[in-house]
Design a protein around this ligand. Structure first.
Ligand code: ADP
Ligand code: MG
Length: 695
């Protein structure tokens, strides 16, 4: 039996441990710094560091590391042991406040997007006291932010923390305008993590999955997800064991792992945690992704976090649930019983409508990557067009305010099932909408576009920044005009009249919507290369500068890093395809054709022309496909060479989009056709059927 309460947080230097192990004045000083976002003095840091070290050693740790989140999207760590040398034969253990607060990793080998030259190696990691330290692999991990010698953000955490401060500043103003004494403001995030599990032995046989995270070839199996029999289906025993171990490891790390279920595609699953502060949620999600992969190996499984590991079935997303709460539990997006009279709620929803419409481009960029481009707009995923689902009730309220009409409240009705024995309850006033990229789901917004392998930091910091900025503009008005029903309704009505084009409650998966969105003038940025140039638009740079989230240089550096990453990912995919075609696929097809030809020859000798017609036809067919394969391989190879010479990052990304992706698609099409024609025993790669339905 697992004692959840005992296990939960057992590897975390959390509040309970601090209360127990720190002298009271130190503990109080630490809490005060956290609450007021103040800097900690050295003496307090020394005492905390020492207590951390003793606790970590008692719990099996020998090393410590500053754990940070560079622009690779992964986490980074460099371990140092706690030992110090006292004389030639003796050591003692030591961990100082200085070591806790500051680290100096060599920054030159991490992506910086031109923010630093490679010879300028200094970078700093800076303790983030708002996320607890924890023990992983016998190492005390200290969550940190990572910046350059001159203080520019080189990571995903620094701008997130800045964006949370922006929300704090503006929400404090707003809360106080509405008469609340604002002690604290928290951005809350609950990221639902989708993933695939496949057999490890099969995974190792697919170099495309090993190198790129997705299948670059693979003919469609006879069965996919069309029977809709996997979603919420019974969890297979091996997967159940995996989930059990995963939960345990996550609970020990203090991650609030809560919901688990099968997802839509075969072999696809989801884990959702209980929501928490954005910064902690980002750290926890990184730990979740890492632990998912680690635990999979224990069960001879491989966990795939790519957004589209398999063509033709659902991809994986990371639905990012987002809200803002004052003083712990006072959720800004809680509509209450009569939302039409909940003025603060109406203001906050209007702020979101304004923000999402004005910054559709940033929302798109927050979900842009080479991998996610395959997912958006494909099976059961939102399109690349940003819109908001509000539901009928909220839409009616806003519409009546904008048109000065009286609002008829929606009444909760009893659910009629036609079966008396089922307990009665009232259904919600609005349905849910699975197809919307950004949906209001009762008391929070669910951003469904971000990809499964993303850091939650990007979507969170964009939402935070655009919300803070809009709230700031609204507060300016309210501070001038005072808060009355009229002044609020004026703002709400004006915003809705101007920005209601972003509201769409219908089916986002339909072609009709794509056409209508174009008529409404909404952006439809199909690929990452289309979306990224919007990042450096003046209005966006000014927004980030205004809210203190990014400087102009930092934006440009990110622009470069994202473009470069897009091209690099596609380059690796193209090279993997080329190599697999030459080393696996071509030899297999040639060898199989030879077998057929030999068989035809023997049959011809024994039984004459008529007896070997099938083999002959097959050989002809395979030969013509092989020559097509060879042409397409040449085309891809020469495209790769051509685009490599383009030095401008943007031009380079466009060339990958326009030349490499189409050439890859062409090559894949002929390989997939060959797969359907070659003997199963001769085909060098495990098929989709085997990968998706093997256990
Ligand atoms: P569904 O799949 O039906 O959308 P899930 O239960 O899988 O719902 O996930 C919902 C997620 O939203 C959970 O992670 C939950 O903790 C999170 N969530 C709930 N309320 C909030 C909130 N106020 N702020 C942020 N996230 C929230
Ligand atoms: Mg879910």
């Amino acid at each position: 039996m697992i004692d959840i309460q005992k296990e939960f947080g057992s590897l975390v230097f959390n509040d309970n441990v601090m209360k127990e192990r720190l002298p009271k004045p130190t503990y109080n000083a630490f809490k005060k710094c956290l609450k007021n976002s103040e800097k900690l003095d050295r003496e307090t840091a020394d005492i905390i560091a020492n207590a951390m070290k003793d606790w970590a050693i008692e719990n099996g740790a020998t090393h410590f590391t500053h754990w940070f989140q560079p622009m690779t999207g992964m986490t980074a760590e460099k371990h140092d042991s706690f030992i110090s040398v006292s004389d030639a034969s003796n050591i003692f253990t030591e961990f100082s406040g200085k070591e806790l607060i500051k680290g100096e990793p060599d920054a030159s080998s991490f992506p910086s997007g031109g923010l630093r030259a490679t010879f300028e190696a200094r970078g700093y990691t800076n303790w983030d006291p708002s996320s607890y330290a924890f023990i992983k692999d016998d190492t005390l991990c200290i969550p940190t932010a990572f910046c350059s010698y001159s203080g520019e953000a080189l990571d995903k955490k620094t701008p997130l923390l800045r964006s949370m401060e922006a929300v704090r500043r503006q929400t404090k103003r707003l809360g106080e305008l509405f008469g609340t004494n604002v002690e604290s403001v928290e951005t809350t995030i609950g990221p639902e993590q989708e993933y695939f599990l496949i057999d490890r032995a099969l995974f190792k046989k697919r170099r495309d999955i090993v190198y790129t995270g997705r299948t670059l070839f693979g003919a469609k199996p006879p069965k996919g997800q069309e029977l809709e029999d996997h979603y919420f289906g019974t969890i297979r025993p091996r997967v159940h064991k995996y989930m059990k171990e995963l939960n345990l490891e996550l609970w020990r790390l203090g991650v609030y792992a809560k919901t688990e279920h099968n997802e839509v595609a075969p072999s696809q699953h989801e884990l959702a945690p209980v929501f928490t502060s954005a910064n902690v949620a980002v750290d926890h999600n990184q730990l979740t992704m890492e632990t998912m992969k680690k635990v999979a190996a224990k069960f001879d499984l491989a966990c795939l976090l790519h957004e589209k590991p398999f063509a033709g079935v659902n991809g994986s997303g990371k639905h990012t649930n987002w809200s803002v709460a004052i003083n712990g539990s006072d959720n800004l997006f809680e509509p209450g019983k009569t939302p039409e009279h909940n003025l603060r709620f109406l203001i906050c929803v209007s702020a979101i409508i304004y923000a999402i419409d004005e910054y559709q481009d940033l929302m798109r960029i927050a979900s842009a990557s080479a991998g996610n481009d395959h997912r958006l707009g494909a099976n059961e995923a939102p399109p690349a067009i940003i819109s908001i689902y509000l539901g009928d009730e909220l839409t009616d309220i806003l519409e009546s305010i904008a048109t000065h009409k009286t609002y008829e409240a929606h009444k909760k009705k009893e659910l009629e099932t036609g079966v008396d024995i089922l307990p009665a309850f009232k259904r919600d006033t609005t349905d849910r909408n699975r197809t919307s990229p950004f949906a209001f789901t009762g008391n929070k917004f669910e951003f469904r576009m971000p990809g499964s392998s993303f850091s939650v930091s990007e979507p969170a910091l964009v939402l935070n920044t655009i919300f803070a900025d809009t709230v700031s503009g609204i507060c300016d008005k309210l501070e001038k005009n005072g808060v009355t029903e009229k002044s609020v309704y004026d703002i709400v009505g004006e915003i809705y009249s101007k920005h209601s084009r972003i509201v769409f409650n219908g089916n986002n998966y339909s072609q009709d919507w794509v056409d209508e969105a174009a008529n409404r003038g909404l952006l439809n940025l199909a690929t990452t290369a289309d979306a990224l140039p919007y990042l450096i638009k003046d209005k966006n740079i000014k927004l980030f500068e205004r809210q203190g989230v990014f400087t102009r240089d930092e934006i440009y550096s990110r622009y470069e890093i994202y473009l470069e990453n897009y091209s690099k990912v596609l380059n690796i995919e193209a090279l993997t395809m080329i190599s697999m075609t030459k080393k696996d696929i071509m030899p297999a097809v040639i060898s199989y054709s030879k077998k057929l030809a030999d068989a035809a020859k023997v049959k011809m000798e024994v039984a004459g022309e008529r007896a070997c017609q099938l083999e002959k036809k097959q050989v002809e067919n395979l030969s013509s496909l092989l020559s097509c394969l060879s042409d397409r391989l040449d085309a891809l190879e020469s495209a790769v060479i051509r685009v490599k010479d383009i030095s401008d990052f943007y031009e380079n990304a466009c060339a990958y989009r326009d030349c490499i992706i189409p050439a890859m698609n062409e090559l894949r099409a002929v390989v997939d056709e060959l797969e359907t024609k070659v003997d199963r025993k001769e085909w060098p790669l495990p098929s989709y059927g085997e990968l998706l339905f093997s256990f």
